[in-house]
Structure formats: C-alpha cells, structure tokens
Design a protein around this ligand. Structure first.
Ligand SMILES: NC(=O)c1ccc[n+]([C@@H]2O[C@H](COP(=O)([O-])OP(=O)(O)OC[C@H]3O[C@@H](n4cnc5c(N)ncnc54)[C@H](OP(=O)(O)O)[C@@H]3O)[C@@H](O)[C@H]2O)c1
Length: 298
C-alpha cells in the first residue's frame, strides 16, 4: 500500500477542516491541536460555542456555501465530512465540490458513514467486502454519499476513505450520562445486538488512516463485542451502583423514526481491517473498558 509523505506522517503539522464540527470532530481536533495542527470546521449555529483561538468555526447549514468563502479552505490538508446527507445528497459536496477539487493543499478526506449501508443482516458478521444492501432511506443516502465523495476525487492526488461508524459513545455521551440524567432505557428486542465505538478510538483510526491513505478504501469502525443495548446499561448501572431501568418491549416502546429504523436491523461488524491495514489497537475494545474509563476520568 502506498504511503504518502503526509504532514502527520512526517511529524509536521497539518490543517484539518471538518464539515460538521460535532462530537467526533471536536475530539479529533483537540488531539491534533496538541501536535500543532490548525483546526477549523462548520456548525449550524455559532451560538453557545466556546471561543477558542486555536479553532475556527464557520456557519454552514447546507443550503448555501460556508460563510467566509473559499478562503476558509486555504491550506487545508485534511478534511473530515461528518454531516449526514439530506434528500438532495451530501451538503458539503453540493455546495463546495468545485472548491475542494481546486484545493492544491488537500491530501486526505475521511467520510464518516454508518453500517446502515449494509442493511439488515439478521445478526451475521459483516465485512467491508460484503456488498452493501441498505434497507432504509437513511442507508441509501449514506451509500450514495460515500460513492459521491470517492468519485469526486477519482484520478486526483487526494485520497478519500470511508469509515462506517458503529454507535458512538464517550465522555458526555454514554450510558453513564443517560443513567445520571434519568434518560436511560432498555429496549428489549430479543436477538438484537450492535457494536459501539469509543469516540477516541475513532480519532485514533482516522489519524492512522491519515498516515496510510488508500483511496476508496472502506473501514468498519467498531469495537470487538456486539451486544444488546441492555447489557451496556446494566453494566453502567453496576458501575454507578444504581438500579438499571426495567426493559421496555420493542413493540410497545416509543421510539423516534431514526431509532426505530436503527432497531429494525441487526448485524455484527468485522473489524480485522482497521487492525491489519491501519495498525490500530483499540484502547476500548468493549463497552466495559470504555465505560470504566469514562467513570475514572469524570
Ligand atoms: N452517533 C452515532 O452513533 C453515529 C453512528 C454512525 C454514524 N454516525 C454519523 O457519523 C457522523 C459523526 O457523528 P457525530 O455523532 O460525531 O456527529 P454530531 O455530533 O451529530 O455532529 C454532526 C455535525 O453536523 C452538523 N450538521 C448536521 N446536520 C447538518 C446540516 N443539515 N447542515 C449542516 N450541518 C449539519 C452539526 O451541526 P451543529 O454542530 O450545529 O449541530 C454537527 O456539527 C455523523 O454524520 C453521524 O450521523 C453517527
């Protein structure tokens, strides 16, 4: 596999731009800033954002170009696309495809996708080589967005990678937080399992890919133990010395359309590729390590 001399690889600082500077991107950017990177990104509302001289945030709602014009992309070397696609497609590509293709500094793009592109697999193990077969509109849009990002940079020097992320959790967004805020629920759907991934393991995987770009490559991004969500809530309750909530049968649970679509599919993600090709060792290979560390660091 070709290994380009990237900023990260050579120990030189790069410049990160994130379309959708949400939970995952902000954790990644904080780590890169420690190595001297410049970081910037978009949000829909600049209100309530902490001013930070090392971070530039721009308003972008997907219906018009990023406020600030082409200048906001100047010298960007690495880009993470983290905005869910809409009906029309990926908002960043719809507004800025030409700008990004004209950006001479750009080397690497990470597209944050979801395992919804695989569709329901009845609990079977899914590999990146398996053909996608989305069973939901959400999955179909994602698959189209993945393909649009990869094809946008075909035959260029920019390498685009796709990351299919399982359920993201970490500090401030975990079963521990749900229990503490009284919002934890155990949805009981017999046989239902899914993987999770700690937000900082995602950061590690993205940084490893920056060092080993591979255009068009897809990576399952998940921990090593798919399990029912009830197991996670019960374990967090045990750590907190609290009672776990009573399970609610799936059929009678009040769920958002997004959650219902999520629970309608069941699969286990194979994660050999992130280890063999990117050399990643997960810091939190199951929810147990992840939850314990969240509690210890609180
Ligand atoms: N959460 C999960 O378990 C999970 C699992 C698999 C994949 N994913 C996907 O992985 C990506 C990263 O996840 P995350 O949880 O880190 O994301 P997140 O915290 O929800 O951040 C998403 C970012 O996208 C921006 N955004 C959302 N819709 C937008 C729109 N229509 N136009 C412009 N900006 C928009 C948000 O802006 P504001 O900051 O203004 O809100 C936010 O900055 C997302 O695409 C997510 O859907 C998530």
């Amino acid at each position: 596999m070709e290994q380009k001399q990237l900023g990260v690889r050579a120990g030189v600082s790069g410049q990160l731009f994130c379309f959708g500077f949400g939970y995952t991107c902000s954790r990644l950017a904080s780590r890169l800033r420690l190595s001297g990177w410049r970081t910037a990104g978009t949000v829909r509302s600049l209100r309530e954002k902490e001013p930070n001289e090392d971070l530039e945030l721009y308003r972008f709602c997907g219906d018009a170009p990023v406020a600030g014009g082409f200048d906001v992309f100047r010298n960007v070397t690495h880009l993470v696309a983290s905005i869910p696609p809409g009906e029309e497609g990926d908002p960043a590509l719809l507004q800025h495809l030409a700008d990004l293709r004209a950006l001479p500094s750009l080397e690497w793009v990470g597209y944050l996708s979801t395992p919804a592109v695989y569709g329901d697999r009845g609990g079977a193990v899914v590999h990146e080589t398996d053909l996608p077969n989305p069973g939901s509109e959400r999955g179909r849009r994602r698959l189209a967005a993945e393909r649009a990002w990869v094809s946008a940079f075909e035959n260029t020097d920019v390498s685009v990678q796709v990351f299919r992320l399982s359920g993201i959790y970490g500090p401030g967004r975990s079963a521990i937080d749900q229990l503490r805020s009284g919002k934890a629920r155990i949805i009981d759907k017999p046989g239902q399992v899914f993987n999770r991934i700690h937000v900082d393991d995602i950061g590690t995987i993205l940084m490893a890919s920056m060092q080993r770009p591979n255009h068009g490559r897809i990576y399952n991004v998940a921990d090593d133990e798919a399990c029912p969500s009830g197991d996670v809530i019960r374990y967090a309750a045990e750590l907190l010395d609290m009672e776990a909530p009573e399970p609610i049968p799936f059929d009678s649970a009040e769920l958002s359309p997004m959650a219902r679509s999520f629970y309608s599919e069941c699969k286990r993600l194979d994660t050999a590729r992130i280890k063999s090709e990117l050399g990643v060792k997960l810091a939190y290979s199951t929810y147990r390590e992840g939850l314990r560390s969240i509690l210890d660091d609180a």
